[in-house]
Design a protein around this ligand. Structure first.
Ligand SMILES: [Zn+2]
Length: 510
């Protein structure tokens, strides 16, 4: 009880509202008792490099999780493997409850994005977890991990690759399970744990695993624990994701680089051609001008519209944090803009700049475009609309490097490559299990719960629906400023603690 009082007092001091249900308070008390042990378990886990293609290290991660599950008494712990060799295994386990007629599966992934350690702060290293007394952006400093007698300030952060994306998901799920057991509460549904090892590499074999283990993976709901909570720091449930696909464009100038003095004004410059082409894809208000780009969008239901209207606006906060003044689509808020398909220039290249800069007319210029799809969009159709638009601008389209004959014949040539991709996915807010889950998460906090019909980002949730006929809900826990996928990735401890309470509440729901 003493620790709960202390916690509530801290909460008042930091201006945060804290949970209401008796169960949540009890789970919190258990967490406080176990903080040291769980962090001690987390540090070696974060120390194992986890790029999906590094099978030696990835298997060490899988083995570590296997042991974490065994230690908690989880049943039938096993590796689920795809038939393709070298695919990271899924680490799977079960908790079977007598008389339970429904099953919840908890998903997180243990692989991470590739790292470039030279980009990380000098005091950090991707696979050597460090503790900071706040965020690096706010000039926090390195502190030692406390010993068994020390206390963790919830504003402290652990810095390491996958500290948030998504080993935090695994740690929080397993800690939540342990906390419910320790607190003496019971489960009403069968639980399954499913930890994937190649999410950041595109989950390319997930469908094989789903096909092979269809019976084992029968469930009523998948709880996907990945990604950040809302930028307002409030807890969030996302009911869907946008789809994703790429279009790569290369346009051509002269067949060899030319002196820009001898040939400038005369030889066509591919960088300028590309700039014009890309600029023509959006109007002054930021709307995509490609014909039909916004067609076929499934309208939001009244319930989804209400949820968006109730989502707190973080536009001013985020503009201030990210240091820009105007949104791209004039007048459209962040949440609303994520409900539309998008076209983003991921990168452009044409000639060199900086130390490599030279006075040349380059031979080609390229761009990678990222398309995000919403419900109703077919990704191949969206890609085709972009391709048709490029053709309409007078470009001869090719899939390979143009031949000399083509270069001589056509004034404008574009090599266009369409990537593999996937469509958006969304779960209905009125699904009975969705309603239960909303109530469970609400019981953990006095603050508003943000319900997003769709996240802006993409996860191939359609695979779950297509191969398992499953319902999915995203329950993220990481802080929004966690730098996932980039250097200096981190998890704020309060987010980890909140995540444990959230997941425990879901595991206990009736
Ligand atoms: Zn992730």
């Amino acid at each position: 009880m003493k620790s709960i009082a202390l916690c509530l007092c801290l909460a008042a001091m930091t201006g945060m509202a804290y949970g209401q249900s008796a169960e949540t308070l009890q789970i919190r008390a258990v967490r406080e008792k176990n903080e040291y042990r769980w962090i001690q378990e987390y540090i070696p886990f974060l120390s194992i490099p986890n790029i999906a293609s590094d099978s030696i290290q990835i298997n060490k991660n899988a083995a570590y999780i296997f042991q974490m599950m065994k230690n908690r008494g989880i049943e039938h712990v096993q590796y689920l493997t795809a038939d393709s060799k070298g695919t990271p295994p899924v680490v799977y386990g079960e908790v079977n409850i007598a008389g339970a007629d429904s099953t919840l599966i908890f998903y997180a992934h243990y692989d991470g994005q590739p790292v470039d350690s030279t980009q990380w702060s000098k005091i950090l290293s991707p696979f050597s977890p460090k503790l900071l007394n706040g965020s690096l952006e706010n000039q926090a400093s390195l502190i030692p991990f406390p010993d068994a007698t020390g206390k963790y300030d919830p504003e402290w952060r652990i810095y390491a690759r996958s500290a948030s994306d998504d080993k935090a998901g695994i740690m929080a799920i397993l800690a939540a399970y342990e906390a419910v057991k320790q607190a003496g509460y019971s489960f009403h549904y069968n639980l399954r744990f499913f930890f994937e090892g190649e999410e950041e590499a595109g989950s390319t074999h997930l469908y094989q695993i789903f096909q092979k283990y269809t019976n084992l993976l029968k469930s009523d709901l998948w709880v996907i624990c990945d990604g950040p909570v809302h930028q307002s720091s409030k807890k969030m449930i996302a009911f869907g994701v946008r789809g994703d696909a790429h279009v790569e464009v290369t346009v051509y100038g002269p067949s060899r680089p030319l002196h820009s003095g001898h040939y400038g004004n005369w030889a066509p410059n591919p960088s300028l051609m590309l700039a014009k082409l890309l600029a023509s894809m959006k109007d002054e208000k930021g709307r995509v001008t490609i014909p039909g780009f916004y067609n076929n969008i499934t309208p939001l239901t009244p319930e989804e519209k209400k949820a968006i209207a109730e989502t707190p606006s973080v536009d001013s906060q985020m503009k201030n944090e990210l240091k820009f003044s105007n949104e791209e689509m004039t007048g459209l808020g962040l949440t609303e803009s994520l409900m539309l398909p998008s076209l983003n220039i991921n990168g452009m290249q044409g000639g060199n700049i900086g130390k490599q800069a030279s006075n040349v007319i380059p031979t080609s210029a390229s761009a990678v475009l990222d398309l995000r799809m919403v419900m109703g969009n077919e990704y191949t159709v969206q890609q085709q609309k972009v391709l048709n638009f490029i053709r309409k601008q007078g470009y001869h389209i090719t899939q390979q490097e143009p031949t000399d004959a083509e270069r001589k014949e056509f004034p404008k040539i574009a090599k266009v490559k369409l990537s593999e991709g996937y469509n958006a996915q969304r779960t209905s807010m009125s699904l009975p299990f969705a309603k239960k889950l909303i109530a469970a998460v609400k019981s953990t906090s006095r603050e508003q719960l943000v319900l997003l019909p769709s996240m802006g980002g993409s996860v191939p949730l359609f695979v779950f629906e297509k191969y398992l006929n499953a319902h999915t809900l995203m329950v993220p826990i990481a802080n929004h400023d966690n730098n996932q996928h980039a250097e200096n990735e981190n998890i704020r401890l309060q987010n980890l603690w909140n995540g444990i309470e959230t997941l425990a509440a879901i595991m206990m729901m009736k």
